[in-house]
Design a protein around this ligand. Structure first.
Ligand code: ZN
Ligand code: ZN
Length: 159
C-alpha cells in the first residue's frame, strides 16, 4: 500500500486510512453503503489495487482487457482528490444506490471524472454498475484547492 494506516485516507473522508477505506481494500470489511464502496474504489485507484476494482465491478460490466486498461491508466495517473456531491438511496437497507462525485487527477495535465454512478447490492455486497458522465466542475480560483493542501486553488494546482 502506498498510504500508511495512520495517514489521511485518500478518499478525503477526513479519517485515517486504517479506519476508512483500507479495511475494504484488504478484505477485512465490506462496504455498508454505496458511498462507502464508491470512496473505497477511489482509494483503490489511488493505491493501484486493481483486484479490488475488478472485484467490486458488476460482473456483467467487466470486459476483456480490463485489467491491462486499469493498469495502464493507474501507472500514469496521480489521483489528487475526491468530492462526493450527492447520494440517493444506497444505504444499508437498500439494494440500489446513486452517488454523484468528482475525482480530480493529473496525467500529467489536470483532469477530472464527474459522474453519477449506479450501484447495486448483491448477496450483501455493493457493486459498481456504471455511470453517466457529467460536465466538468472546476473550483473557483480563490476556493481551497481540492488536493487538500490547504492552499487556494490559484496558488496550488490551478497555477
Ligand atoms: Zn476513505
Ligand atoms: Zn492543489
Amino acid at each position: 500500500m502506498k498510504t500508511a494506516t495512520t495517514e489521511d485516507c485518500p478518499c478525503g473522508g477526513g479519517q485515517a486510512f486504517g479506519g476508512c477505506c483500507r479495511p475494504y481494500l484488504v478484505g477485512e470489511a465490506t462496504a455498508e453503503t454505496a458511498e462507502q464502496l464508491m470512496r473505497s474504489r477511489y482509494s483503490a485507484y489511488h493505491q493501484g489495487n486493481i483486484d479490488y476494482l475488478i472485484a467490486t465491478h458488476h460482473p456483467t460490466q467487466r470486459y476483456a482487457g480490463q485489467r491491462a486498461a486499469i493498469l495502464q491508466s493507474t501507472a500514469r495517473t496521480t489521483w489528487l482528490g475526491l468530492r462526493v456531491l450527492a447520494t440517493e438511496a444506497g444505504q444499508a437497507a437498500d439494494s440500489q444506490g446513486l452517488v454523484e462525485f468528482v475525482a480530480y487527477y493529473k496525467d500529467p495535465t489536470l483532469g477530472q471524472v464527474h459522474e453519477r454512478s449506479r450501484f447495486t447490492r448483491q448477496k450483501g455486497r455493493w457493486l459498481y454498475v456504471d455511470g453517466d458522465g457529467l460536465p466538468p466542475l472546476w473550483p473557483r480560483r480563490s476556493d481551497p484547492c481540492w488536493c487538500g493542501s490547504g492552499k487556494k486553488y490559484k496558488a496550488c494546482h490551478g497555477q
